[in-house]
Unconditional design. Structure first.
Length: 159
């Protein structure tokens, strides 16, 4: 393995473990628990689940892997705060979207080579990327893994 392949494997292993940890946690809480706030005055679990789906959906665009699969979630879960939007999908619907999305992402990620991960993402210009090659697809995956871990840390309080 080259150093680049090792680095990609390390980040991918952390992403996959984080997705699996989140999935186990989501399977351990029921729909009623998802309706609770993770702490008084904070987001509800259902909002965090929708938020994660919307963020991961946007990530596919950044990675140049296609359009959003669930663009209807952006307003409620990216542009608005919890409880501002009166209608959101049910826990059952969000759980289904989560499961579909994680499988879709897994398949797309498995098709990428380590070189692909070091390519620029779509929100950086070619000129800026030439100056800042760290603004690559792998960096997006790394920041989204950290984001996912943060919200797993909140969701654990629902148990």
């Amino acid at each position: 393995m080259t150093k680049d392949q090792i680095i990609v494997k390390m980040v991918m292993d952390r992403w996959n473990a984080s997705i699996e940890n989140c999935n186990k946690l989501l399977n351990a809480v029921n729909d009623e628990q998802l309706q609770r706030e993770v702490a008084p005055g904070k987001n509800r679990g259902i909002y965090l689940l929708g938020h994660l789906i919307a963020v991961h959906d946007s990530m596919l665009v950044l990675l140049n892997m296609g359009e959003k699969k669930y663009p209807e979630l952006s307003k409620a879960f990216l542009e608005e705060a919890d409880k501002v939007v009166t209608e959101i999908p049910s826990a059952k619907d969000l759980r289904s979207k989560w499961n579909e999305q994680k499988e879709d992402m897994k398949q797309k990620f498995e098709r990428l080579t380590s070189d692909n991960w070091f390519e620029r993402h779509t929100s950086v210009s070619e000129e800026d990327f030439a100056k800042e090659p760290h603004r690559n697809k792998l960096n997006i995956l790394l920041t989204r893994t950290t984001h996912l871990q943060y919200h797993i840390g909140q969701l654990v309080y629902l148990k």
